[in-house]
Write a protein that binds this ligand. Structure first.
Ligand code: GAL
Length: 817
């Protein structure tokens, strides 16, 4: 296409797209990507005729995609109530599990419909319809005809719809989804929760996910970049430029030699800027395909140059430097947004984790979103990309076991093909605590899945998170794996290291310590599966599950055993569902495992990990809060989480003595603890010392009076006017002296005016039944978070927060182009 024609094509395309309200599109020469975001119609229910183009959906709800139909609630105890024994938790007798999958209305059938008009396409065009995830069991219809289906709700899949498009005019896309009861162990979300895209390209072109870039040789002065590109057609010539992110060409490869359907280059890169969590340098490969000297396709692929190595007794090295994973596991929901994918929410999560010193993420227990991987490439996080929580043997009756035999290979192939160019991915996982660990058949399956990974990507190893460690030691399951991943079971680490042939161990899942933000229980003691009348867990960070442990126990092994290659803590953020230790207690409906709560607010544990992992910045954190009316004179232990090894504590100016980290117990090794402090209102102050006993830092907290004024603290004040950007505003209250009120529970109201809207609110209380999308909520332990979303126009956005008897507060945000 020459320049004039191209502009014309763009113009017509834009006009027709604007007519029907498709807003997101990327146009490159010869390739157009349209995001189907707006104008979706949605309805829950069977609606047998909804696949027909003539079906009347005018009364249906209009929604934008990504969309999670269940997050709007209400919470209901009866939804997906499971009468089960959770075998992997050691239960033998079935009991009623109420909030296991979040108690939100995700069960059942629903339809999405979208009518779109494409520009008139010449006969040489190919059109692909891509779903980046659909929960679940999507069946896809175009213009009344079924064009395909994909069972696994977490995977990406696409169809070639060229022949099914209407020749001109409107196309009707209809997607049927179905979530079965007892199909999940957590809140899976519901709907078209990730992006849907249409890709228009030439028939002769680069295949979907057809580029595979690896860096088989890496030194400081030279890297070899291997690029394999799948193409179709004859008389082809491929030119691939390696550029920096500004598009400056650094080196190029060119070839017309096709092996089967693949063209391969090895392009040298001098003095490569290596990718690592600390230096997330990226490059682009711009692949230009020519047929008989005419440019027919361009694909840009971002990649990074890095070397990963896993060695016996040494563990993991990145770019020649041995290191341990400082990782967290994450479920895919985004708290009050549900599972509807949102880049700014994901970015906020990662920035919070970055500040804690995290350098790795595990997508438990399924395929990560493209957005999350892109952000991990950019911000610098290594990634353990997982695939399944179940193979052939069920954990829940209607889980993936129903599809394992028929789908497992194609699900893995899509995961690998779609994501393998992300430098952040340093390891694959073929499963989490699969019940197949028990059987000889399971051993065979472990080998089979690992071989699929190796075939599609020979550069990365494969793990499985194992909980049946003794069994996998005995039956050979663990010996088969590239990386033996142990979930908990610290007492078996030594044994596993000695008996497994790999000579290293990964803490694929650790801790599962439970706590509620800002809630403290007395007496302060270590306990498993501890329950209280208010269904909260203590934030002294000493409570855990019958199968798990407190963080310090992991730290000991991580620090003392060179062959332990790091850990992935369960979990970075609380998530909807799995409210252990209150699985049977209503209204508990979200987890207590998070280092941060469901609103993303750090709990105390955040600072314990930060004191070890963030080597750049100082950590000095005091707990509990100091508002204990009624506990005067009673023992109220004080803990300090700090990177300093010793500190002195003062209550109203009186010294409580100096504490120094020591080896008496794992807790003494990593925390500073004053167990005998008696509560009196006033000031708690801590002074931390360096190795030579010089005071280096101090911090104090005070007893607050009555809540007086609302305080708003946004994570960002400038939003992009793209209709999806978010500012997360932390709301708290202070007394009339400005001291934060840590126990406040005031009911607050939110109003957003101007060029944005109120999107959601969350207070992090795992037992709250207040809905996330109503503009009112109670504070939990003195805090909550309001999400303000940009519209598509630029200008001012005002958030006003009010509460009875409180001085209200207004915040001004700006939406920019
Ligand atoms: C693990 C499991 C996770 C979660 C966790 C809670 O065994 O892999 O999905 O259930 O326990 O402690």
């Amino acid at each position: 296409m020459d320049e004039t024609k191209k502009i014309l094509f763009k113009k017509t395309l834009l006009t027709s797209l604007l007519l029907i309200g498709i807003s997101q599109l990327t146009i490159c020469q010869n390739r157009t990507i349209i995001e189907l975001t707006d104008n979706w119609k949605f309805k829950k229910g069977t609606n047998k005729e909804a696949f027909q183009p003539s079906f009347d959906d005018s009364k249906w709800e209009q929604v934008t995609v990504p969309h999670d139909w269940a997050i709007y609630g209400p919470f209901d105890k009866e939804i997906d109530k499971q009468m089960v024994a959770i075998i992997q938790n050691g239960e033998e007798i079935a009991s009623e599990k109420t909030g296991r999958t979040g108690a939100l209305p995700h069960i059942g059938e629903a339809w999405y419909r979208n009518q779109f008009i494409l520009p008139e396409l010449d006969k040489n065009k190919k059109v692909i319809l891509l779903f980046e995830g659909a929960m679940s069991e999507p069946k896809v219809f175009l213009n009344g005809k079924k064009i395909g289906e994909w069972n696994y709700g977490y995977n990406y899949f696409y169809f070639d719809i060229t022949d099914d498009l209407s020749k001109k005019g409107k196309n009707t896309l209809a997607v049927h989804l179905n979530n079965s009861p007892e199909s999940s162990r957590w809140y899976p979300g519901a709907g078209l929760y990730r992006k849907v895209k249409i890709i228009i390209k030439n028939d002769v072109s680069i295949a979907q996910w057809g580029t595979f870039i690896t860096t088989p040789y890496v030194t400081d002065t030279l890297a070899k970049v291997n690029i394999k590109t799948k193409v179709n057609g004859t008389g082809l010539n491929l030119v691939t430029d390696i550029t920096d992110l500004n598009g400056n060409v650094i080196n190029s490869g060119e070839s017309s030699a096709i092996f089967g359907d693949e063209i391969e280059f090895n392009i040298p890169l001098k003095n490569p800027a290596l990718w690592s969590p600390e230096t997330p340098n990226l490059y682009k490969a711009v692949s230009k395909l020519y047929k008989n000297d005419t440019l027919v396709d361009i694909v840009e692929t971002r990649f990074g140059v890095r070397e990963i190595k896993y060695e016996a007794n040494v563990g993991f090295s990145l770019n020649g430097v041995n290191r341990k994973f400082k990782g967290v596991c994450l479920h895919h929901d985004l708290g009050p947004l549900g599972t509807a994918i949102n880049r700014s929410a994901l970015k906020r999560q990662l920035l919070i984790l970055k500040d804690m010193g995290v350098d790795a993420i595990r997508s438990s227990h399924n395929m990560p979103s493209f957005e999350q991987l892109e952000l991990c490439d950019e911000l610098g996080f290594m990634f353990l990309a997982e695939s399944f929580d179940e193979w052939a043997q069920p954990k829940v009756k209607n889980g993936y076991n129903r599809f394992y035999q028929t789908d497992v290979e194609k699900d893995l192939v899509n995961l690998i093909h779609a994501t393998r160019n992300h430098p952040c991915i340093v390891m694959w996982s073929s499963g989490n605590e699969v019940s197949d660990q028990w059987s000889a058949e399971g051993v065979k399956q472990a080998k089979r899945l690992q071989e699929i990974f190796h075939r599609e990507d020979p550069t990365r190893p494969v793990t499985v998170g194992m909980d049946q460690v003794e069994n996998t030691l005995a039956n050979g399951f663990g010996a088969v794996l590239d990386i033996p991943g142990l979930n908990y079971r610290l007492h078996l680490y030594e044994d596993a290291y000695e008996k497994f042939p790999q000579a290293f161990i990964l803490g694929s899942e650790t801790a599962s310590t439970v706590s509620s933000r800002g809630i403290y229980k007395f007496p302060v003691e270590k306990a498993a599966m501890k329950q209280y009348d208010d269904f909260q867990s203590s934030s002294y960070d000493l409570e855990y599950c019958s199968w798990s442990n407190v963080p310090d126990d992991d730290f000991v092994l991580q620090d003392d055993k060179p062959w332990v290659m790091g850990e992935f803590v369960w979990t970075g953020f609380d998530y909807l569902g799995e409210p252990t230790p209150y699985d049977e207690k209503w209204p508990s409906r979200s987890s207590y495992f998070g280092i941060c709560d469901l609103a993303g607010i750090p709990k105390d544990r955040y600072y314990l990990y930060r004191s070890r992992w963030n080597k750049q910045e100082e950590t000095l954190h005091i707990l509990p809060h100091w508002n204990w009316e009624g506990r005067e004179g009673e023992k109220t232990p004080v803990f300090v989480y700090s990177n300093y090894d010793s500190a002195e504590l003062f209550v109203n100016g009186k010294s409580m003595g100096i504490q120094t980290k020591n080896n008496q117990s794992p807790q003494n090794r990593y925390r500073l603890m004053w167990m005998d402090v008696k509560y009196e209102p006033g000031t708690l102050k801590v002074i931390a010392f360096d190795k030579n006993g010089n005071p280096k830092a101090e911090k104090e907290i005070q007893t607050a009076g009555k809540p007086y004024q609302i305080v708003l603290q946004p994570d960002r004040t400038e939003l992009k006017a793209n209709g999806e950007d978010l500012s997360f505003v932390t709301v708290s209250v202070v007394d009339n002296k400005g001291i934060p009120c840590p126990t406040a529970t005031d009911q607050l109201n939110f109003q957003v005016k101007g060029k944005g809207l109120f999107r959601a609110v969350c207070n992090g209380d795992p037992t709250s039944l207040e809905m996330f999308h109503e503009p009112t909520m109670k504070l939990f332990s003195g805090k909550l978070v309001v999400l303000v979303q940009s519209g598509k126009e630029t200008g001012e956005i005002d958030l006003t927060v009010t509460g009875k008897g409180l001085k209200s507060e207004k915040l001004v945000l700006t939406a920019v182009p």
